[in-house]
Design a protein around this ligand. Structure first.
Ligand SMILES: NC(=O)c1ccc[n+]([C@@H]2O[C@H](COP(=O)([O-])OP(=O)(O)OC[C@H]3O[C@@H](n4cnc5c(N)ncnc54)[C@H](OP(=O)(O)O)[C@@H]3O)[C@@H](O)[C@H]2O)c1
Length: 293
């Protein structure tokens, strides 16, 4: 049994069908089984658990042979945070996997490190360290930004109001990878025991600025809009003012500043040599599949 925590997410929804197509039984761990409705089918079970609840995680992982963690607490409902989901929630998943004698595939981020200015990247680093120290057979998949995630963030307001918000100057190049390609690598990490003990760093073929991405989103959606930049001083103010009352908003403002200033470029990544034959979807192609309808 392969337990996929985060099976309802952008990556997870692309991963689950790859695993079932390989003949593997899958259990999707979600806080809300109704969200997993479209994943249901032969070979797919759905179980309710919140990764912040160690007892529920223990029940959800019973009988697991491999556990995939594709969760994050950067944003989203339920008062999540990188500390509670990426650090503590992953620790719960790893401890339960150890009790079951299961392997573990952790989805992390390119750049994860103890001193990274983005809290999510620090929490991912901590999860990686917990996993390495656990004795559980592990593989870490580190990906760059998902094209589908950021295009969805832009396409919503474009369709609703004809505007696209860009946080900061929008001129810093960032590597984008298709979530479909990351799903293919993650499925490989599940099925290939030769990848245990390896960190698989993985990017896409395109380094684009947010302004470039906004143009690509308009082209793929066949709709033009107005790009509205949220200036850096406004992001700084937002990060201070929101911190006590809306920590998620403060976190997003801080991350936006970092993404507007840090070197976020990357190549296709060494994982493409380790795992030959993986798809290499361009941002343009990923957006066409996502938005042209
Ligand atoms: N998006 C990116 O640009 C990007 C880049 C690099 C790496 N990654 C990593 O790739 C993985 C997948 O990201 P994604 O963008 O596909 O995620 P997503 O679409 O934002 O979905 C988040 C997932 O996390 C689950 N989740 C969040 N809090 C949870 C909790 N307390 N208990 C149980 N499940 C919880 C959600 O499940 P329910 O809501 O169903 O409970 C959902 O399936 C994550 O590890 C992420 O850090 C993402």
């Amino acid at each position: 049994m392969i337990v996929v925590a985060g099976g309802t997410g952008t990556l997870g929804r692309r991963l689950v069908p790859l695993l079932t197509a390989a003949g593997l039984p899958v259990r999707v761990l979600t806080r809300d089984p109704a969200q997993a409705g479209s994943l249901a089918g032969p070979g797919v079970e759905v179980t309710r658990a919140d990764v912040r609840d160690a007892a529920a995680v223990g029940r959800a992982l019973r009988g697991a042979a491999t556990v995939v963690s594709a969760v994050h607490g950067f944003a989203g409902p339920g008062g999540v945070s990188p500390a509670s989901v990426d650090r503590a929630g992953n620790a719960n998943l790893i401890a339960a996997a150890a009790r079951e004698g299961a392997g573990f595939v952790l989805v992390s981020v390119v750049g994860a490190g103890p001193d990274h200015p983005i809290g999510l990247f620090r929490a991912k680093h901590d999860a990686e360290e917990t996993l390495r120290a656990s004795g559980v057979p592990w593989t870490i998949v580190r990906a760059t930004a998902f094209a589908e995630t950021w295009a969805t963030i832009m396409a919503g307001p474009l369709r609703a109001s004809g505007t696209i918000p860009v946080f900061g100057r929008g001129r810093n190049p960032i590597n984008f990878v298709s979530a479909a390609d990351v799903a293919a690598l993650t499925a490989r990490a599940v099925t290939d025991p030769g990848l245990r003990g390896q960190v698989l760093e993985f990017g896409g073929p395109d380094n684009l600025t947010f302004d470039d991405l906004a143009a690509a989103v308009q082209e793929a959606a066949a709709r033009s809009g107005t790009v509205r930049h949220i200036p850096r001083p406004a992001l700084r103010t937002m990060s201070w003012l929101a911190a006590p009352v809306r920590p998620a908003l403060a976190r997003q403002a801080r991350a936006a500043l970092a993404m507007d200033t840090l070197d976020m470029t990357f190549g296709p990544g060494p994982a493409r040599q380790t795992c030959p034959g993986l798809p290499e979807t361009s941002v343009r192609q990923a957006l066409k599949e996502l938005l042209s309808c």
